[in-house]
Ligand binder design. Structure first.
Ligand SMILES: Cc1ncc(COP(=O)(O)O)c(C=O)c1O
Length: 382
C-alpha cells in the first residue's frame, strides 16, 4: 500500500518539530577542501581553540584506547572530582554531558513542556532557541541593548507568571559581550525563586579576568544552573564534554533524564587531562588576546565596526544579508572560513573566530585580496 510520507509526518510529528530549523555548524575544513580543491584552509567559524588540545589531554585519551571494550564510569568519578577540586564544590552539584548543549537538552527535557514559556534575548545562541522549540516551549525574546548586551531591565520587565526558564549567555554568542555583576544582581532581584536561570558560560575562561564579570561560582542561587564547556578554551570540541553546576536537587532531577554513559570514556579522560594543564589554558588566552588586538585593529582600519568582545571571536555588522553572504563567499574562495550569521537570525552580520598567528595572517591576506571587490559593491553600507 502506498503511503503518503507527508501525511505520516503530519500525523506523527508535532507541529513544533516540523517547524524546527536544523542547527547549522561552521563549514568543515574537509568539505571546503573537497569543494574547491584548496590545500591551505583556515577555519575561523566555530570559536574553537586553534592551538588544539593540551598534550596532557591527548596522553590521557590515548591511554584510554586500551579500555574501549569497557563502558565508562557512569558517575565519571575522576572528572567530577577534578572539577570539584578546581571549583571547591561537591560532586552532587555537578552534571556532565555531551557538550554544554547536551546538558541544555537535558534541561529542556526535564523542565519544559509544550507551552512552557522561556525568556531570553534576541541575537543569542541559536542552539538554545532550537532546543527550547524542540520541546514545544514558547520562546519569548527581548532585544539586546544598544551595546549588543543582554538588556537586564527589559528581561526583568518581561518576566510573567508563565515564565519557567530564563536563558542568559554570558558572554554572549554571537556578539561576544557580557553582563556585569551589577546587571546580574539587578536581574536576580526580579527573578522569582520558581524560575530557573540558565547561565551559559561557554566562554567563561576568556572573560573571567574582567573585574566586573559575574563569576557564577561566587553566587549560590538555588534556581541558577551554570553551564560551561571543554569545547572552547580547553580545545576539546571534538570529544563533546560540557559541565553544569547547580543545586543538588536540580542536578539530581537532571540526572534522571540523562543518558547514562555520557560523556564517553575518551571524553572523560581528555577533559580531566585538560583541567590539569592550566599553562595550556594561559597560552590559549594569551594568543587569543594578541589575535583579538590584531583583528579588531585591522577591521577598524578598513572601516568596519567590530563589536567589542571578551571572547575568542569578533562580530561585525555588514549592513545587509547580501553583503554578509558576499564576504563569506569571497573569503571561502581564498580558503578562509568565517561564519555568516543568517542561521543565527542575524543575517546582516558575520562572525570571525580568532585563530593562530598564521591563520590570522591568512585572513588578512585574503581580506586584502577581496576587499576592493567587496567594498566596491557594499562599501556604502559601512
Ligand atoms: C554560548 C554557547 N553555548 C553553548 C555552546 C555549545 O557548546 P558545547 O560544544 O559545549 O555543546 C556554544 C557553542 O558554540 C556557545 O557558543
Amino acid at each position: 500500500m502506498a503511503v503518503d510520507p507527508n501525511r505520516i509526518s503530519e500525523e506523527l510529528v508535532p507541529e513544533y518539530i516540523r517547524n524546527l530549523a536544523v542547527y547549522q555548524a561552521g563549514k568543515p575544513i574537509d568539505e571546503l577542501a573537497r569543494e574547491k580543491g584548496l590545500t591551505k584552509i583556515s577555519k575561523l567559524a566555530s570559536n574553537e581553540n586553534p592551538l588544539g588540545p593540551s598534550p596532557f589531554a591527548i596522553k590521557e585519551m590515548t591511554g584510554g584506547l586500551w579500555e574501549l571494550h569497557r563502558y565508562p564510569d557512569m558517575h565519571a568519578y575522576a572528572l567530577k572530582q577534578s572539577l570539584a577540586d578546581l571549583y571547591d564544590l561537591k560532586k552532587e552539584n555537578i552534571i556532565l554531558g555531551n557538550g554544554s548543549e547536551g546538558i541544555m537538552a537535558y534541561i529542556a527535557r526535564a523542565f519544559l513542556q509544550p507551552g512552557s514559556e522561556v525568556l531570553t534575548s534576541e541575537k543569542t545562541f541559536i542552539g538554545f532557541y532550537i532546543l527550547a522549540r524542540s520541546v514545544g516551549a514558547t520562546l519569548k525574546t527581548v532585544p539586546l541593548n544598544s551595546e549588543y548586551r543582554f538588556d537586564v531591565e527589559a528581561l526583568a520587565k518581561a518576566i510573567t507568571d508563565k515564565t519557567k526558564v530564563i536563558y542568559i549567555a554570558n558572554p554572549n554568542n554571537p556578539t561576544g559581550t557580557y553582563i556585569s555583576k551589577k546587571e546580574f544582581d539587578y536581574l536576580m532581584e526580579y527573578v522569582p525563586s520558581n524560575v530557573l536561570v540558565i547561565l551559559d558560560e561557554a566562554y567563561f575562561e576568556f572573560a573571567k579576568d574582567k573585574g566586573d564579570y559575574p563569576d557564577s561560582m561566587e553566587y549560590r542561587y538555588d534556581n541558577v544552573i551554570t553551564l560551561r564547556t571543554f569545547s572552547k578554551a580547553y580545545g576539546l570540541s571534538g570529544i563533546r564534554v560540557g559541565y553544569g553546576f547547580g543545586h543538588e536537587d536540580l542536578i539530581a532531577n537532571l540526572t534522571k533524564v540523562k543518558l547514562p554513559f555520557e560523556p564517553n570514556l575518551i571524553a572523560q579522560l581528555g577533559a580531566k587531562g585538560a583541567l590539569f594543564d592550566q599553562p595550556h589554558l594561559e597560552r590559549t588566552k594569551l594568543i587569543n588576546h594578541h589575535g583579538y588586538v590584531r583583528l579588531t585593529t585591522y577591521l577598524k582600519e578598513k572601516g568596519f565596526n567590530p563589536i567589542p568582545s571578551v571572547t575568542n571571536f569578533v562580530t561585525i555588522k555588514l549592513g545587509s544579508p547580501e553583503a554578509s553572504n558576499e564576504m563569506f563567499n569571497l573569503l571561502l574562495n581564498e580558503g578562509v572560513i568565517i561564519r555568516p550569521l543568517k542561521a543565527n537570525e542575524m543575517p546582516e552580520y558575520v562572525r570571525i573566530s580568532i585563530g593562530t598567528t598564521e591563520e590570522m595572517d591568512h585572513f588578512f591576506e585574503a581580506m586584502e585580496k577581496i576587499l576592493p571587490q567587496y567594498l566596491d559593491k557594499y562599501g556604502n553600507l559601512l
